[in-house]
Design a protein around this ligand. Structure first.
Ligand SMILES: Cc1cc2nc3c(=O)[nH]c(=O)nc-3n(C[C@H](O)[C@H](O)[C@H](O)COP(=O)(O)OP(=O)(O)OC[C@H]3O[C@@H](n4cnc5c(N)ncnc54)[C@H](O)[C@@H]3O)c2cc1C
Length: 388
């Protein structure tokens, strides 16, 4: 009898890399994505890949597909952030985390590009406009339940890779998995590469400590190989401590000009060296984002449900501090994919074994990112912090 498919909720980075693993293991699967296409919403920011993240991706893709992935990654020289004072324009060497990974380079790729590469070969198994709301266990399997009340085919296992608002995560953990809104906000922006010329090559943090509402900064990565490519835009990510970045009517779903205008107004007194990053913005791509984090003590325990697994932000979302969210997510895909491969598909102990291992590095990552964020963004989780 044909094996029932592994059902995957969400077509983000973690899900699509898991799909690659299942494809190579010849384990059937179906992916359900809420959006209408992969480019439905701005794919925005670039992800910095750590050695652990690259190792996990390589283990899943195998030598030739990994080589193609590696060739698409940007490699930037320099070992850490170079800091700039936003008002004076003066630079200084930041003595913080080391950003380099493989070959000593700072390795990065746009989130949208990473998804496109991970989707290759899995297209026919991906279904768009499928908003998963929860699941229903059957006698010998599981079905995903969609927002319109319909249900998926029966699967052997349901894996939620549907991000930090995952309702499957809430259902399976009995509400133990929580995500907190830390109050700090960000804006993503993009501009033509020429706007970044005055910075030189490297990863930069431009810090404004003169803002009357509190510390505001941007991070950007200027890659020499792409500098003269007219088809490329570089991005920047702006982060403000709570109260600095405020969306009109507190609506952080606003994209485009509304978000671009706020970024321009917040940087109006910045040094002319940085002005082109905002003056020449591709306003269409501007978007707000919120700084959120799972329970900072780590991934909680819940009674394992053998037929439901959680990967990526659905089980351990973290702040952008440290740049480890996606790197941890791809480790989940590699681990769960390997365990399913070894078992020849779904087997009763697989998700329990996966959770045991994932809880160790997942918890470490959340704790570490939260610890960095408390200092960098002046945030704190306490009894009054709202959850999302
Ligand atoms: C500004 C910023 C910068 C960052 N930089 C870095 C970095 O440098 N390095 C790093 O490692 N990490 C970074 N991260 C974190 C990283 O982006 C996330 O950890 C990563 O994207 C998580 O991947 P995922 O596959 O778990 O979830 P996502 O990428 O969020 O994908 C979830 C998918 O599920 C879909 N979905 C959601 N709900 C449903 C539903 N109900 N039904 C069906 N589909 C659904 C979504 O549309 C989406 O396609 C950054 C995050 C931010 C905000």
């Amino acid at each position: 009898m044909a094996q029932k498919p592994v059902l995957i909720s969400g077509a983000g980075l973690a899900s699509l890399l898991l799909a690659q693993s299942l494809l190579r293991s010849k384990i059937p699967f179906q992916i359900f994505e809420r959006d209408a296409s992969l480019s439905f919403r701005g794919q925005g920011y670039r992800l910095r890949l750590s050695s652990e993240g690259l190792d996990a991706i390589e283990a899943v893709l195998g030598p030739s597909a990994f080589q193609r992935f590696w060739d698409r990654c940007g490699k930037t020289g320099g070992s850490g952030f170079v800091g700039f004072d936003a008002i004076t324009g003066v630079s200084y060497e930041e003595k913080t985390e080391s950003l380099g990974s493989r070959d000593g380079k700072i390795v990065g790729i746009a989130r949208g590009e990473m998804r496109r590469l991970f989707l290759e070969g899995c297209e026919e198994f991906l279904h768009f406009n499928k908003h998963v709301k929860g699941y229903e266990l059957t006698e010998d399997g599981v079905r995903a339940v969609f927002a319109d009340g319909s249900k998926s085919v029966e699967g052997s296992l349901l894996v939620a890779g549907d991000g930090l608002k995952s309702t499957i995560a809430k259902q399976v953990s009995g509400g133990r998995l929580k995500v907190y809104d830390l109050g700090a906000r960000g804006i993503h922006g993009q501009a033509p590469t020429s706007a970044f010329k005055s910075l030189g090559e490297g990863v930069f943090r431009v810090v404004d400590t003169a803002n009357p509402d509190g510390r505001l900064s941007i991070i950007t990565n200027v890659r020499p190989n792409d500098m003269d490519d007219e088809n490329v835009e570089f991005g920047w990510t702006m982060i403000g401590i709570p109260g600095v970045i405020k969306a009109p009517n507190d609506d952080y779903t606003i994209v485009g000009k509304g978000a671009a205008d706020i970024a321009k107004s917040l940087t109006k007194d910045w040094n002319p060296r940085f002005k082109p990053l905002f003056d020449q913005m591709n306003e269409h791509e501007a978007a707000f984002w919120k700084i959120t984090c799972s329970t900072p003590t780590g991934v909680p325990e819940w009674p394992n449900e053998p037929r439901v697994g959680l990967i990526g932000d659905a089980v351990h979302s973290m702040t952008p501090a440290g740049g480890i969210g996606a790197n941890t997510a791809v480790r989940d895909s590699a681990l769960l994919g390997r365990l399913l491969h070894e078992a020849g598909g779904y087997a009763p102990g697989v998700t329990a074994e996966y959770e045991k291992e994932m809880r160790v590095y997942g918890s470490e990552a959340v704790k570490s990112s939260y610890g960095m964020a408390t200092k960098a963004f002046s945030v704190q989780i306490d009894d009054s912090t709202p959850t999302i």
